[in-house]
Write a protein that binds this ligand. Structure first.
Ligand code: FAD
Length: 426
């Protein structure tokens, strides 16, 4: 990458984890120009994983969620503007416009606008007692709602749906988990992983219903939502006529990357299969002075050889170092493998690697699947693409080494926990 002039003023749009880490890495690498961080939430940047786990359960303190202490931004000469929504990128003028009609002149812009929950889009979705979970206030509201041990229906069998189901059970609530497909997490973990998590939740008393489609949220005491007035939810209506009684409904049906600013500025987006803003391995968009990081960044991946967008914490944590390097004219492509983690009840898991559009042709289980203490490995033509470790620890580096080695492995040896990881790849 040719060296570029280091910008004098960098404006970062989006004050989540990726935005906060971008300004941190710029300062850590000696950037002494002007730094502005615009965020539309009321809080300074925080991390979201605790919102569906410890913070929701009341076992983790609010302060633990914040990326930096309250004085960090002023101490590092970062102009953090909370409650400030960027509404337009004026690339010709080199400015970011906010909702209060202020213009932020910038030599470089980093987009870190993250994702927003997908709406349920059925009648009654606006009833009181219907929750989504993206922000600290969302988590506060849900935590408060769970204290009365309501009957909870969770719509959606992705990571957030499952973590909320676990938290609600741990809070002593009756929980029904409504999943459209044949099992939760099917897209992320395939049938083996999906069954493992389905069993976990059933054993913890969750009423898991698969193959169901929600067609309405119904107000308490009536059959049909009319969409008017402040009424509380009382049930979830399913296609086919069944209903699930619920005092609290949590909608966790996925998130969509916030790409509006980029799209309206004419910045290239990735294809619909990946979503997000298209960036190169240095995280530059189609407009070189505009970069994108975190949930919205669909980045060309040097090792995987395809464009990858990862809606997980580790990407928002690590991509900013690359973005900072790029802004400083350094050649440090982002080459970390996608990584995710989840905690549900007493079980913890990590996932590293990427199956990709071409899919896998074999799954190898190393360890005890029924006892939920194992590593699931996805292979194509004998090569490991990705692995998920469930209650088995310190193996991510080994899985990653196998993925990077691209070696053809013997599935029988891979499945045998007595064969050391180091002996699996030449
Ligand atoms: C409840 C929950 C639990 C999670 N748990 C896990 C987990 O266990 N493991 C894991 O790997 N990942 C987890 N994730 C995913 C992880 O939190 C995200 O991948 C990460 O937050 C992405 O960071 P980001 O900075 O890219 O985006 P975000 O965190 O979404 O931050 C973007 C920020 O930009 C702001 N913004 C957007 N548009 C504008 C604008 N126009 N002007 C100003 N500000 C704007 C947003 O309001 C937001 O504050 C979880 C996510 C949620 C919601």
């Amino acid at each position: 990458m040719p060296a570029r002039t280091v910008p004098q003023h960098v404006v970062v749009v989006g004050a989540g984890l990726a935005g906060a880490k971008t300004v941190e890495h710029l300062r850590a690498r000696g950037f002494d120009g002007r730094l502005t961080l615009l965020g539309d939430e009321a809080e300074r940047p925080y991390e979201r994983p605790p919102l569906s786990k410890g913070y929701l359960l009341g076992s983790a303190a609010r302060d633990e969620a914040f990326v930096h202490g309250p004085g960090w931004y002023a101490d590092h000469d970062v102009d953090l503007r909370t409650g400030c929504r960027a509404v337009r990128l004026d690339l010709r003028a080199g400015e970011v416009l906010d909702a209060d009609e202020r213009r932020w002149r910038a030599d470089a812009v980093v987009l870190a606008t993250g994702s927003e929950p997908r709406p349920l889009g059925v009648p009654g979705a606006d009833l009181d007692g219907v929750h989504q979970l993206r922000t600290l206030p969302d988590s506060d509201a849900l935590r408060e709602a769970l204290t009365g041990r309501p009957r909870v229906a969770v719509v959606g069998g992705g990571w957030i749906g499952l973590e909320v189901a676990a938290a609600a059970r741990q809070a002593g609530c009756e929980v029904t988990l409504l999943v459209r497909g044949p099992a939760p997490l099917l897209g992320a973990l395939g049938p083996e992983g999906a069954e493992l998590f389905a069993g976990l939740h059933r054993e913890h008393g969750v009423d898991l219903r698969t193959g169901v489609e929600v067609d309405a949220l119904l107000p308490a005491g009536t059959e049909v939502a009319t969409g008017t007035g402040a009424r509380r939810v009382g049930a979830v209506g399913l296609v086919g006529g069944d209903r699930v009684e619920a005092d609290v409904v949590v909608v966790g049906i996925g998130a969509a990357p916030r790409v509006g600013l980029a799209r309206e500025a004419g910045i290239a987006l990735a294809g619909a299969d990946v979503g997000g803003v298209a960036v190169d391995a240095h995280l530059r968009t189609s407009v070189p002075q505009v970069l994108a990081v975190g949930d919205i960044a669909a980045a060309e991946h040097p090792t995987l050889g395809e464009r990858v967008r990862v809606e997980h914490w580790a990407t928002a944590l690590h991509q900013p170092e690359t973005a900072a390097a790029t802004l400083l004219g350094l050649d440090e492509p982002y080459d970390r493998l996608p990584y995710a983690f989840s905690d549900q009840y007493e079980l913890g898991m990590e996932h590293v690697g990427h199956v990709g559009a071409r899919g896998y042709d074999q799954v190898v289980v190393r360890g005890d699947l029924a006892g939920r203490e194992c590593v699931l490995l996805w292979l194509r033509q004998g090569r490991v693409l990705a692995g998920t470790n469930v209650d088995v620890w310190d193996v991510v580096d080994h899985v990653e080494a196998l993925v990077r080695s691209r070696s053809v492995v013997d599935p029988a040896r891979l499945a045998d926990p007595d064969v050391p990881w180091e002996e699996l790849a030449p």
